[in-house]
Write a protein that binds this ligand. Structure first.
Ligand code: ASP
Length: 423
C-alpha cells in the first residue's frame, strides 16, 4: 500500500512551521497553561498512538521475516553485519563530536563571570542526582537479552528481549515444518499487515500531532534558550549535520546503490516525526514504513535492523555526549588527556547502547560518560536547559543512522528493490 509520501511530509513540515510560530506567540504572551492543557495532549496522544503499535509490529514482522528467510545462516550474517555497522558508525560519530569540540573549544571562550554563574546555578540545582554513575557490565547487558518471561518483556517493551524471543519463535516455526508451522505463520502475517495498516491510519493525523508537539516545546522554552549556550549548541548541531551529510552519504555511496537524494527524500517523514517527538522508539513504526516503501528495503531486513537500531544504535546521542563531555571539562578548567578522550569513546558507545530511545535518555546516561573521566556530574545541570531542543536534533540522526544501516545491509545482501513500493 502506498503512503502519500510527498503530500504527507509537506503537511508535516507545514505543521512544524505553524506549530513553532504558534509556540513563539504563546511563549511571548505567557499562554503556557493554555498550551499545556489544550494543545500538548494532542501531541502526547499522537506519540502514544504510534507507541501502541511498536510491540505487536516488531514481534509479528520479525517472526514472519525470520520464517521467510528460509536459511538460518543468512540470519547470522545479517545480524553480524548490522551489529558491526552500528558499532562502526557510533565510534565515528563520537570521534566527530570529540574532534569538533576540541577544535572549536565551546567551553573555553566564555567570560569568567558567565562561567561561574553557570557552574553555581548547576550546583544549586543539584545536577544529576538520580543519574546512573556506572555503565552496566557487558555480562549483564548480554544476559538481559534473554527474557525470563516473554509476556513481561512485551508488557515492559523490552526491545532486545522481544527481538530475541521473536527470532527464536520464527526459527522454531520453520523447524517444525510448513504443515504444522504454517497456520501460525499465516496468523502472524495477518497481524503484521493489520499493524502496518494501523501505522498508515495513524500517520493521517501526524500533522496535528506534530503541530502540538512543536508548539508545546517552543511555548515552554522559547527559542532564546539556544542563545544561552549558543557555541555549545552550534557545535552539537554542526557535528550532527556533518555526521549525517558526510558519514552517512559515504556509507551509502560505498555500500549501496541508493543515492543520497532518494535516501533523504524517502526517510524524511521519519526524520520529521523523530524531530517532533524526540524519541527514536516512538518513531520506529514510521521508520520501518519509510524504509520498506520508499527505500526498497525488504521487510524482513527492516524488521530486524530497525528495532535493534532504535534500541542500541544512537549515533546522534553519542556524538552529543562527546561534545558535552569536552564542553563541560573545558568549563571546569580540566584538560582531557588522550586516554580520557578514548575513555569517552568507549563509555559513550556503551551508554548509547544502554540508553532507551526516549526523550532525554541521552542526558541521563551522559552521567556515565562524565563519571568515567572525573567531570563533576552537576555539570549536567548546566546543559539541561538546551537539552530538549538538542535532543530533537540528535534523535533525527539516531533514526537516520538506523535507516542507513537497513539500506546498507539490504544492499550487501543484494536485496534492495530498485523501484520502491508506492513509486
Ligand atoms: N531522544 C533520543 C532518542 O530517542 C535519545 C536521547 O539522546 O536522549 O533517540
Amino acid at each position: 500500500m502506498a503512503m502519500p509520501k510527498l503530500q504527507l511530509h509537506t503537511k508535516i513540515l507545514l505543521a512544524m512551521v505553524v506549530g513553532a510560530a504558534f509556540g513563539l506567540l504563546a511563549n511571548r504572551l505567557a499562554w503556557g497553561t493554555f498550551v499545556a492543557t489544550y494543545i500538548e495532549p494532542l501531541g502526547t496522544a499522537f506519540v502514544r498512538l504510534i507507541g501502541m503499535v511498536i510491540v505487536p509490529l516488531v514481534f509479528a514482522s520479525l517472526l514472519v521475516g525470520t520464517t521467510s528467510l528460509g536459511d538460518i545462516r543468512s540470519l547470522g550474517r545479517i545480524g553480524a553485519k548490522t551489529i558491526g555497522f552500528y558499532l562502526c558508525t557510533t565510534t565515528v560519530a563520537i570521534s566527530v563530536g570529540l574532534l569538533l569540540a576540541n577544535l572549536v573549544q565551546p567551553g573555553s571562550g566564555l567570560a569568567e563571570n558567565a562561567k561561574s554563574r553557570l557552574i553555581e546555578g548547576a550546583a544549586q540545582q543539584g545536577g544529576a542526582a538520580e543519574s546512573p554513575r556506572e555503565s552496566p557490565s557487558i555480562k549483564d547487558v548480554l544476559l538481559n537479552i534473554i527474557p525470563t518471561n516473554p509476556i513481561r518483556a512485551f508488557a515492559e517493551g523490552q526491545m532486545l528481549q522481544i527481538i530475541f524471543f521473536s527470532l527464536l519463535t520464527g526459527v522454531c516455526l520453520t523447524l517444525i515444518g510448513a504443515e504444522r508451522g504454517g497456520p501460525a505463520i499465516r496468523f502472524f502475517e495477518a497481524v503484521n499487515d493489520a499493524m502496518v495498516m494501523m501505522v498508515h491510519l495513524i500517520m493521517k493525523v501526524a500533522p496535528f500531532g506534530v503541530f502540538a508537539l512543536i508548539a508545546a516545546v517552543v511555548a515552554d522554552f522559547g527559542l532564546h534558550i539556544l542563545l544561552v549556550l549558543a557555541k555549545y549548541s552550534a557545535v552539537v548541531v554542526a557535528g550532527l549535520l556533518m555526521h549525517m551529510l558526510l558519514v552517512y552519504s559515504l556509507a551509502l555511496k560505498l555500500f549501496s546503490k541508493v543515492g543520497m537524494g532518494r535516501f533523504f527524500r524517502g526517510i524524511r517523514p521519519a526524520q520529521l516525526i523523530a524531530f517532533s517527538s524526540a524519541s527514536s522508539s516512538a518513531t520506529l513504526p514510521v521508520t520501518i514504513e519509510c524504509a520498506v516503501e520508499n527505500l526498497g528495503v525488504p521487510r524482513h531486513i527492516c524488521s530486524f535492523t530497525l528495532p535493534l537500531g532504535a534500541t542500541v544504535n544512537m549515533d546522534g546521542t553519542s556524538l552529543y555526549q562527546g561534545v558535552a563531555a569536552v564542553f563541560l571539562a573545558q568549563l571546569y578548567g580540566m584538560d582531557l588527556s588522550l586516554a580520557q578522550q578514548l575513555t569517552i569513546v568507549l563509555t559513550a558507545t556503551l551508554a548509547s547502547i544502554g540508553a532507551a530511545g526516549t526523550p532525554g535518555a541521552g542526558i541521563v546516561t551522559l552521567a556515565i560518560v562524565l563519571g568515567s573521566i572525573g567531570v563533576p556530574l552537576e555539570g549536567i545541570g548546566i546543559i539541561l536547559g538546551v537539552d530538549r531542543i538538542l535532543d530533537m536534533c540528535r534523535t533525527v540522526v539516531n533514526v537516520t543512522g538506523d535507516a542507513v544501516c537497513a539500506v546498507v545491509v539490504a544492499s550487501t545482501e543484494n536485496q534492495v528493490r530498485c523501484t520502491p513500493a508506492g513509486e
